[in-house]
Every structure is written in structure tokens, then in C-alpha cells.
Design a binder for this molecule. Structure first.
Ligand SMILES: O=C(O)c1ccccc1NCC(=O)[C@H](O)[C@H](O)COP(=O)(O)O
Length: 219
């Protein structure tokens, strides 16, 4: 199975086009006002149309309420919701029932103890994203460009598809996949020249490097 490549935090027509032309499987849009990648609903509508049918559209939210999610769905028309906050399994069930979209739950990882909530999430989520745990004083729970110790996932036994993220770039993505056996990779900071400013060449280089790892795929 080919490695899924997700470029997250896209916010302009130009860089979205680079990701789509480069062959990204998933394109992520951040709806979290404190983030430098946050997009408003009108931009969401425009980028949503541009990406339609060309890649899986991912709407990233952080403990968002129903009304916010409803507006995002109405404008972006996402294919999947990425939940990057402290959403509980009960909230995941609730979202699934209300909106009927597939869910990708982000799980912050620093040590093996962070994998404890996995069985609960795996019972309701469609996909898991293992991301680096943000420092306590961080202004956002992800998109910080810092990796976690991938060896924490080395002996993972998870039937659900999963992706890995946190500090990935064209140089380290092959090693991340080799260690974690993840079925997908997700990047934001590693394809930027400044926080929130995507770099076309870095996007292309990341996708190329991720594609080159495909023979290592196991799930
Ligand atoms: O990107 C953000 O600003 C952000 C804000 C709030 C929650 C999550 C956020 N980003 C998550 C991602 O972009 C990816 O899923 C992943 O964590 C990649 O992050 P990076 O280390 O920057 O490559």
C-alpha cells in the first residue's frame, strides 16, 4: 500500500496547488485562531473548491464546538476531521453521529505512557495521528516542528491505519517511517520558510522524499 502523504496548514491557493500538483494524498487546513496557519471560512470555501476531488481534504480543529464544525463542513466540505485537542472518545462518538465524517484523532506522544488512551480512541476513530506532545507552555498543541522519539511506536500493534507527524522534513521522513511502520506521514513546519509560510520547493522535496520510502511500507 502506498504511503499516504499529508501536507498540513495550507492557507493559500498557490501553495495548495503546489501540494496538489506534487501529488499529496491529503491536504490539511487549520481552524484554530491562535495558529499562524489558521484560515477563515471564506478562505476555506475557496481552498475547498480548489482541492475537491484532487486530494483528501482534512479539517483540523482543536476542541471545537458543534457550531464551529458545522461551519467548517459547510464551507470547506472536508473528507475527514482531524481532532487535535483533548477530545474524549465520547466526543468522537458524538461527532461521528452528528456529522457522519471519518475522524482522525491526534494523539500527543512523548513516552510509551502516552499510548494508554489508544484502545479507547481506536474503538471509534478511523485513523490515528501520532504527533509530538507539545510543551506545557506552547500556544498550540501541534505544528511546532519538533519530533518525538519514534521508537515509542516501534512495537505498536494497532489494526487501525495510522500516521506520524511532528518535526518531519525531507531529510528525516524515511527514518520516521522505517522506525514507526506508519502508513502515512504528515508535515507542516518542515515545508515552511517561516511559521505559516509554506515553501513550494520544500513541499516538493518532502513529497519526493516520502515517495522514496514507499518500499518500507508495512501498513
Ligand atoms: O499547525 C498548527 O498550527 C496546529 C495548530 C493546532 C493544532 C495542530 C496544529 N498542527 C498540526 C499539524 O500540522 C500536523 O498534524 C502535525 O502536527 C505537523 O506538525 P509539524 O511538526 O509542524 O510538522
Amino acid at each position: 500500500m502506498p504511503l499516504l502523504v499529508k501536507i498540513c496548514g495550507l492557507s493559500t491557493r498557490e501553495t495548495l496547488d503546489v501540494a496538489l500538483e506534487g501529488g499529496a494524498d491529503m491536504v490539511g487546513f487549520v481552524f484554530f485562531p491562535p495558529s499562524p496557519r489558521h484560515i477563515g471560512l471564506e478562505t476555506a470555501r475557496e481552498l475547498g473548491k480548489q482541492a475537491k476531488g484532487r486530494a483528501v481534504k482534512v479539517a483540523l480543529t482543536v476542541d471545537a464546538d458543534d457550531a464551529t464544525i458545522e461551519n467548517i463542513i459547510e464551507t470547506l466540505r472536508p473528507d475527514i476531521l482531524q481532532l487535535h485537542g483533548k477530545e474524549t472518545t465520547a466526543r468522537l462518538r458524538d461527532l461521528k453521529q452528528k456529522f457522519g465524517l471519518p475522524l482522525m484523532k491526534a494523539l500527543p506522544v512523548e513516552t510509551a505512557a502516552d499510548l494508554a488512551p489508544l484502545p479507547g480512541y481506536a474503538s471509534v476513530a478511523d485513523r490515528i495521528l501520532f504527533d509530538a506532545r507539545a510543551p506545557k507552555d506552547a500556544t498550540r498543541p501541534g505544528g511546532l516542528g519538533a519530533p518525538f522519539d519514534w521508537h515509542v511506536l516501534e512495537n505498536l500493534d494497532l489494526a487501525l491505519p495510522y500516521m506520524v507527524s511532528g518535526g518531519l522534513n525531507a531529510e528525516n521522513v524515511t527514518e520516521a517511517v522505517r522506525v514507526t511502520c506508519a502508513g502515512g506521514v504528515d508535515v507542516s513546519s518542515g515545508v515552511e520558510r517561516a511559521p505559516g509560510v509554506k515553501d513550494p520547493e520544500l513541499i516538493r522535496a518532502f513529497i519526493r522524499a516520502a515517495r522514496a520510502t514507499q518500499e518500507l511500507m508495512v501498513r
